[in-house]
Design a protein around this ligand. Structure first.
Ligand code: GDP
Ligand code: MG
Length: 441
């Protein structure tokens, strides 16, 4: 396929939709997972077995999220080369497909993964995610906070896209997510996700004299917003205290107005030269910061990279937990996700044990003594794999989890004993006796 055909083929795939349903006379919102699309992305050969960096942008509709994502796509398509943006390039992709703006409530991921090496030379699949329509009039505050949390859970870098300034509602959403991360920490020995990286991106920034465009002014602006003042209501003080605990790695970035041509939506096609130079300058700095090798933040759990294939299970679980209760307690949510992690870890460790045992048995004749040696060795490998498996660790369930894995491995070991030299010899002997009994006696 020619490159341009391939590029035309790439598109945003919807993985979560917000569906409205009537329940007991009330309108409730449910998160609907599109499993087929999720698998298409996460089980892609370049993603399934690699660490993933998922860059998400979330916020209200019509605030330029897709427009910005289109720049990200361009930058990644050009393999982050210095001359990635030409004057006559068209800005398209997430935004104007087939000439119409895509208006969806939910989460979409760009179908194409971008493969890079991080600073340790490890392959990382970079995915771009768009979360939108979540803080609009149709949704309740709880819906907004839930889906914002979901978006933060899925992504490794979250950009919270806001117009003009940071508002009280935005801080409330951040507080909800902070509480979630804190609960994860309380329930586990090691944090599930280290510090969660969230960038507050303010569009059409109007006071560059006070806080300059870019990251320095942005982070100063965020710090100023989090300051606790005497005359603030108690609730506002509490939110700020929570956010200042350092659970989230909060940064800010201020972007200038992109110019009339972009903002007034008159253009059917938008070319780079139609966009204000200042805006382009700060977008260039933004992309080189987000995707720099040193900032390439992979999705982690328990200090280990989560691979694409594991993301499928986790996302399924996150969605079902958030849908389950109308407002599930944070403890329940974390416990269910932790349980899923343990199950996945056991399945993978057992599969490793089985494949190593089978390989040895297929290679040559194995005595009972040798089998026992293999068993001990590969059982240890399986335990090491479980130890390293990316998951939330809940101290009180750890011992039980390893006992469970040990039992499963010992059961499997019993079935391998029938394949040893001694066992085969015994079977042959029994057959000979049977033969003698039948034909000779
Ligand atoms: P989304 O719904 O948040 O994804 O918003 P879109 O990217 O589809 O953009 C909505 C409209 O806002 C489009 O007409 C864009 O041209 C325009 N737009 C994009 N970026 C900006 C921006 O930074 N400032 C302003 N004022 N308008 C923008
Ligand atoms: Mg959009």
């Amino acid at each position: 396929m020619a490159l341009s055909d391939q590029q035309n083929h790439d598109q945003p795939l919807k993985i979560i939709e917000i569906a409205e349903e009537e329940k007991d006379g009330k309108t409730v919102h449910e998160l609907k997972l599109n499993e087929e699309n999720l698998k298409k992305i996460m089980l892609h050969p370049d993603v399934a077995n690699n660490a993933v960096m998922i860059v998400a942008i979330a916020g209200a509709l019509r605030k330029g999220k897709s427009f910005l994502l289109d720049f990200f796509i361009k930058y990644l398509e050009a393999q982050m080369s210095a001359n990635w943006l030409g004057d006559d390039d068209e800005i398209k992709g997430f935004q104007w497909r087939n000439g119409t703006a895509i208006v969806t409530y939910g989460i979409q991921i760009w179908s194409k993964p971008f493969i890079f090496e991080n600073k340790d030379g490890k392959k990382v699949a970079v995915l771009l995610m768009d979360t939108q329509g979540i803080f609009d009039c149709r949704s309740t505050k709880q819906d907004g906070a839930n889906i914002f949390t979901l978006s933060c859970l899925i992504s490794s870098v979250q950009i919270y896209n806001l117009m003009h300034q940071l508002q009280a509602d935005d801080l409330e959403n951040l507080e909800f997510f902070t509480e979630f991360v804190k609960t994860v920490k309380r329930c586990s020995d090691i944090t599930a996700d280290g510090r969660s990286r969230i960038m507050l991106l303010i569009r059409d920034w109007g006071c560059p004299e006070e806080f300059s465009y870019g990251d320095e002014g942005g982070s100063r602006y965020v710090d100023m917003q989090l300051e606790i003042e005497e005359n603030q209501p108690e609730q506002q003080k509490k939110i700020r205290r929570t956010l200042k605990e350092g659970v989230l790695d909060l940064t800010g970035y201020l972007l200038p107005y992109p110019g009339k041509a972009v903002a007034t939506e008159k253009l059917y096609r938008c070319l780079v030269k139609d966009v204000d130079k200042d805006f382009l300058h700060f977008v260039k700095i933004l992309v080189s910061n987000i995707f720099s090798k040193k900032n390439m933040a992979t999705k982690q759990m328990n200090g280990a990279d989560v691979r694409g294939k594991e993301m499928v299970d986790y996302i399924e679980k996150f969605v079902s937990v958030l849908n389950d209760g109308k407002c599930p307690s944070l403890e329940t949510t974390v416990e269910v996700i932790a349980e899923k992690g343990r199950q996945l870890g056991i399945t993978e460790a057992l599969a490793l044990y089985n494949s190593q045992m089978q390989q040895c048995l297929d290679k040559s004749e194995v005595s009972m003594k040798k089998l026992e040696e293999y068993h001990q060795k590969f059982k240890k490998h399986a335990f090491d794999s479980m130890e390293k498996y990316p998951r939330i660790i809940v101290a009180e369930h750890e011992v039980e989890c390893f006992i469970n894995l040990g039992n499963k491995i010992d059961d499997a070991y019993k079935s391998y004993q029938s394949q040893t030299t001694e066992a085969k010899e015994k079977i042959r002997k029994e057959k000979r006796i049977e033969f003698v009994k039948t034909y000779i006696v």
